[in-house]
Design a protein around this ligand. Structure first.
Ligand code: NAD
Length: 261
């Protein structure tokens, strides 16, 4: 537990399920007040709010598409209207879809870039502008992926969005360090969430994925949320522009594990 997080306010995009939900629930356990952003499934978001409230926490569900500037502004607006301030902004919403590059249309390319990269820009910019206007210490956390580093055929737009997100994170971390705004990324490996549920439900696919993970297991959303809580807290006060890999060692070139090469 991080006592400094009590009564702080966080916006978490795409938090009605998966990693975003786990982050929201963890921050609520830390007694933070949280904005649960959802794109289309209101019931899912409402369930997260109820779960948090049942444990004595405070949360509000807000619809919004992270690729739309007005919707992103509305997330901040709701945080201010409901809880009176903003302390931490977490860009978590993201999408991926397997499409070989030669078959990908411009619209399919654009959709992933719009959500994963432009959404990152809109969310970060909205939060940073608020922190600057209020001369406030700020904290932005971006949920990236091991694919900010590992190329991923069939997911070109996704890998580009995440590697672009890495440079975006580092650049704004540098741009605003003097203004006491920290910006960091968390890069999950294979985590058990709806984004890959179908793939991991297939035993052969799951085996193939586990073969890429030195720790030989799929990660849990709560394990990513633990990194988010640390980055949100003062315990990470000297960390900015960093990527924390939460990947069971996936980025350690597992093919070399037995001294090959
Ligand atoms: P998920 O599909 O369970 O959750 C993604 C969330 O983003 C959903 O709630 C969805 O509604 C929301 N979302 C999608 N488009 C949106 C939009 N336009 N506006 C607002 N919200 C939108 O997936 P997840 O695994 O929880 O993914 C969360 C983040 O973690 C993503 O950025 C993803 O790229 C990243 N990630 C996941 C894994 C993994 O293995 N699960 C690995 C690496 C990175």
């Amino acid at each position: 537990m991080y006592s400094d997080l009590k009564d702080q306010v966080a916006v978490i995009t795409g938090s009605s399920r998966g990693i975003g939900r786990a982050i929201a629930e963890r921050l609520a356990q830390e007694q933070m007040k949280v904005i649960i952003n959802y794109h289309s499934n209101q019931q899912e978001a409402q369930e997260v709010v109820e779960q948090i409230e049942q444990h004595g926490g405070q949360a509000v569900a807000v619809q919004g598409d992270v690729s739309q500037e007005d919707d992103v502004q509305n997330l901040l607006h709701t945080a201010l209207q409901t809880f009176g301030k903003l302390d931490i902004w977490i860009n978590n919403a993201g999408v991926e879809k397997y499409i070989p590059t030669e078959k990908m249309t411009l619209a399919e390319w654009q959709k992933v870039i719009d959500i994963n990269l432009n959404g990152l820009f809109l969310g970060s910019m909205t939060a940073i502008r608020y922190f600057l206007q209020h001369n406030q210490i700020g904290n932005v956390i971006n949920v990236s992926s091991v694919h900010e580093r590992i190329p991923w055929p069939g997911f070109t737009n996704y890998a580009v969005s995440k590697s672009g997100g890495k440079m975006f994170t580092q650049t704004i971390a540098l741009e605003y360090a003097k203004r006491k705004i920290r910006v960091n990324s968390i890069a999950p490996g294979a985590i058990n969430t709806p984004i890959n549920a179908e793939k991991l439900a297939d035993a052969a696919n799951q085996k193939e994925t586990i073969a890429l993970i030195p720790m030989e297991r799929i990660g849990k959303p709560e394990e990513v949320a633990a990194a988010a809580a640390w980055l949100a807290s003062k315990e990470s006060s000297y960390v900015t522009g960093a990527t924390i890999f939460v990947d069971g060692g996936m980025t350690l070139y597992p093919a070399f594990a037995e001294g090959k090469g």
